[in-house]
Design a protein around this ligand. Structure first.
Ligand code: ATP
Ligand code: MG
Ligand code: MG
Ligand code: MG
Length: 560
């Protein structure tokens, strides 16, 4: 393609609302444009990169035996009501009505939708296992859309769903996807780690997240120095801590008949138990003391002992008490009185608002309790299991890094098949629920992760197999006939050899052309300048940016 005719609106200035490099560079390089908050248009250069990523994802999914389909982005409300997620997804879901007042959503994900498809089509165990995927636009009305394509409200996701007869084959299907994801992210050239994930809104038993390392990432992960996975044990305290802050809502008293343990109350309130705080009772100098920590983390007794100045053996750990947070602490009139009790909170709990509180009795609880507003306590630092500098169980040093979640795989069990009553007939002609898995890759978010990991002050440095074009031929003086003729010839020859080539034949100052070239990050560059009449050109790579005088033939050889 000739840049004189190309739609590549580069910007010299850094757009004021773009905070991180990838957002700035993708805008400046004329690859994307914002059309509304969290909604983007992919321009020619950017869209070519997206299609290359899609191609890699398709190849690896197909190789792993998954089959591509395409379901609508518009999904009926009924299936989301059956799973209970119409309410759970809350304001993040874009909801709409048709002319007959029938309700729909713009799919944020598609567990229900795929389950409802398979439910009607797959009747026998002989048709299993089955793995199907789509690359489809997803919609999430994110509370804080930001960082461009990174946290958008409309984005492209590859989502796959596996259907199996039992738990064991579900795990096998999951492992096949796990391997496919390793191949995908290896091929995207990302420096990433795999960590045990939070099952979050998907529910289910086990999940892994694929996190591309980046200082601009919104979450923190913990892993050992030499391994990709720090722990494989589900109980290991290695979790991706995504953004957790929430807006404080009004405190509300809710009846919770029959529920007293964390699990029961969480289930009653349709909450992930991990999101509830848990309490540990201990006695310090004869004084009752309750320590609150996040429900998904383990208390580090050594740290608690150091903080409270009591010997470790004197701490009686009684976790899994049915106390979700500071029940009946001053200001509360819950079923348990903590007035004379010393309350210690892990500092991480001060950031998570909207806690559930209440005593270890069935009856009622308060929801939306916020630290500082509704309850108080002594904030202790670092009561949790791991932190930078700690050692893993095998003695390896633990590292904490920020990262971008580019992929997430889930074992779902029968959660969705039960909810949607999706069954098949087993060998004995008996109805059984499908065992499912779901597997997501953020296609457009991956673009941002790749740019975060591949740029310098001048612009993007695309890995060659992901670059929108592999080679750029720059005619330095577009009024010089020798340069134009040679530039055109090289451009033509390289295209004939099957390369994706850009020709900068614009009537612009050389400085503009060179800046744009650095900015858009085309990996291989041939510059046709003063020595064109002698058949000499300059060759450089975007990465090194070191020019080398070469004959045309030599330059072609470098590129091919
Ligand atoms: P996050 O923790 O960043 O909010 P998530 O855990 O909610 O992401 P999943 O439901 O696991 O996301 O979706 C699968 C993948 O889709 C994610 O791993 C991510 O790569 C991508 N993704 C999720 N939300 C967005 C978004 N708002 N914009 C772009 N990509 C997204
Ligand atoms: Mg999310
Ligand atoms: Mg997440
Ligand atoms: Mg996720």
């Amino acid at each position: 393609m000739k840049l004189s005719k190309y739609y590549m609106p580069t910007l010299r200035e850094v757009p004021s609302d773009a905070e991180i490099a990838s957002h700035q560079l993708l805008l400046r390089a004329g690859m994307i444009r914002k059309s509304a908050t969290g909604i983007y248009t992919y321009l020619p250069l950017g869209y070519r990169v997206i299609k290359k990523i899609e191609a890699i994802v398709r190849e690896e999914m197909d190789r792993a035996g998954s089959m591509e389909i395409l379901m609508s982005a518009l999904q009926p409300k009924e299936i989301w009501e059956q799973s209970g997620r119409w309410a759970v997804y809350g304001p993040e879901m874009f909801k709409l009505k048709d002319r007959n007042q029938r309700e729909f959503c713009l799919g944020p994900t598609a567990e229900e939708y795929f389950t409802s498809l398979v439910k009607d089509e797959v009747r026998s165990y002989k048709q299993l296992p089955l793995n199907i995927y789509q690359i489809q636009t997803k919609y999430r009305d994110e509370k804080r859309p930001r960082f461009g394509l990174n946290r958008a409200r409309e984005f492209s996701m590859k989502d796959a769903y596996s259907f199996d007869t039992d738990a064991q084959s579900m795990v096998e299907a999951y492992m096949v996807m796990y391997k496919a994801y390793e191949r995908i992210f290896d091929r995207l050239g990302l420096d990433y780690r795999i960590v045990l994930g939070d099952s979050g809104a998907m529910g289910g038993s086990s999940s892994h997240e694929f996190i591309a390392l980046s200082e601009t990432g919104e979450g923190v992960i913990c892993f050992t120095k030499d391994g990709k996975i720090a722990y494989t044990d589900e109980k290991a305290p290695v979790h991706y801590q995504g953004p957790q802050e929430e807006e404080a809502k009004d405190l509300e008293k809710v009846p919770t008949p029959g529920a007293s343990t964390i699990e029961e109350v969480a289930k009653f309130l349709n909450l992930d138990p991990k999101r509830c705080a848990k309490a540990v009772d201990l006695l310090i100098d004869g004084e009752a003391c309750i320590v609150f920590i996040p429900g998904d983390r383990e208390l580090n007794l050594t740290k608690l002992a150091a903080y409270t100045q009591v010997p470790e053996h004197a701490i009686e750990k009684m976790d899994d008490q049915a106390i979700l947070a500071c029940g009946s602490y001053p200001g509360f009139t819950g079923p348990m009185d903590l007035k004379d009790t010393r309350v210690i909170l892990d500092q991480s709990l001060t950031k998570i608002n909207n806690l559930v509180v209440g005593g270890n009795q069935e009856g009622y609880h308060y929801i939306n309790a916020c630290y500082g507003r509704d309850f108080d306590g002594e904030i202790a630092p670092d009561l949790l299991m791991v932190q930078e500098g700690d050692l893993a169980e095998d003695g390896q040093e633990l590292l904490f890094r920020r990262g971008i979640e580019v992929g997430n795989i889930f074992q779902l069990g029968t959660k969705y098949s039960t909810a949607l009553n999706a069954t098949y007939l087993d060998e004995n002609g008996k109805e059984q629920y499908f065992y499912m898995g779901s597997y997501g890759v953020g296609i457009t978010r991956s673009v941002t992760a790749i740019v975060e990991q591949n740029h310098d002050d001048a612009g993007i440095i695309w890995p060659i197999h992901l670059a929108p074009y592999q080679v750029i031929v720059t005619i330095v003086q577009s009024k010089d006939q020798d340069q134009v003729a040679l530039g055109e010839k090289i451009y033509q020859d390289l295209q004939d050899k099957g390369l994706d080539v850009l020709l900068d034949d614009r009537n612009e100052r050389p400085g503009v052309k060179f800046n744009d070239r650095d900015l858009i990050g085309i990996p291989l560059r041939i510059t046709v300048g003063k020595k064109a009449s002698q058949g000499i050109v300059e060759y450089s790579t975007r990465k090194d940016m070191v020019n080398q005088d070469l004959s045309v033939d030599q330059a072609m050889e470098e590129v091919l």
